[in-house]
Design a protein around this ligand. Structure first.
Ligand code: SF4
Length: 128
């Protein structure tokens, strides 16, 4: 089994704004159910609080990814030249953020997809 095949089940791409939309929908749904008992309401509220906490962490991770994508020495013409992603869809990277090169390599345009940088072990700051 290749590294990418191993990765697929563990890769989940979540956008904080998508999660926030989901929370809004849930909150509106709760308000519409006035007969909801107090215990159920509390449980749902607790779950919403933990989702909100997760969103805060995602926002921090997102900002780290953006910062790394702007300061990493491996970025050339907005793309990361350290990784060659042979099968982007398999690892959850949308194809519209991939730069297909003549030598057959597939590079991620990190200015469009800074999520790749969040936990990247190859980060090195640019030297000026
Ligand atoms: S942090 Fe990693 S993924 Fe991001 S540009 Fe640098 S090497 Fe590429």
């Amino acid at each position: 089994m290749s590294v990418e095949e191993n990765l697929k089940p563990s890769v989940i791409l979540v956008s904080p704004s998508e999660l926030e939309e989901e929370i809004k929908k849930i909150e509106e749904e709760i308000k519409s159910h006035e007969q909801l008992d107090v215990d159920s309401f509390k449980k749902i509220q607790e779950e919403l609080n933990s989702i909100n906490k997760a969103i805060s962490w995602l926002r921090i991770a997102e900002s780290q990814g953006i910062w790394k994508s702007k300061t990493c020495k491996h970025v050339i013409n907005d793309s990361c030249n350290a990784w060659n992603i042979s099968d982007p869809e398999k690892v959850g990277i949308p194809t519209d953020v991939i730069s297909f090169n003549q030598d057959g390599t597939k590079r991620v345009v990190v200015s469009k997809f800074p999520g790749l940088c969040i936990a990247c072990p190859l980060y090195e700051p640019k030297r000026s």
